[in-house]
Design a protein around this ligand. Sequence first.
Ligand code: CA
Length: 255
Amino acid sequence: MSDISAQQASEPRVPRTGSAAAAAARILVVEDEAALSLLLTYNLEAEGFAVERVERGDEAELRLAESPPDLVILDWMLPGVSGLEICRRMRAREATRTLPVIMLTARGDESERVRGLTIGADDYIVKPFSVPELMARVRALLRRSRPDRVAAILVAGDLALDRENWRVVRSARNVHLGPTEFRLLEYLMAKPGRVFSRAQLLDSVWGLSAEIDERTVDVHVGRLRKALSLAGERDPIRTIRGAGYSFDETFGKPD
Ligand code: CA
């Protein structure tokens, strides 16, 4: 838990914790659908996680035996050994007994879902799912199991974003953002300097199922900028013509 939750809302203060997590949390993605595996890897890496990918259940077992990661995203139907069986075996071994597992499955069947949770998965997500939703669950699980590996508060210069309490503070004032603007800022701020296209932002912030005009991104970036920066304050969001947007990596750094 971050300590700013205890503060009075009337006394916003920029927390002193840095944004850099000590070491990137390691996530093992076990998924035999190549496109989905790549999509997950891309988004997890964009959030600063270190990702290993395997396609087969037996490969996953080898990886888990060699060096357990901090979290496993485990598909249910896999060649080799099934996700369910992998999860069952993980729970039977001391080294992986408490390792967080998110099961992925195409089945929405309630009895299957219960079976997965009974066997020891920490969370369960049914395909097709929204990427932001999965990322939120990954972060929530890691915050519980490895709080040292997930920065609860992102800080750049006089700007701080608290992921747990959904608060943004700039120069000792609360910044009020809508949920989309909050997620947009969180996403950009987690990877300073990285340029994201409008399509990438739609995928990652709005979710895969969103069929929204790319100009929507511009509208929300506009709202975000207006809320973040008072007259004379530096804009932390950069527009890269023809490419997209990024969080300015020089923001808050000495010249
Ligand atoms: Ca599969």
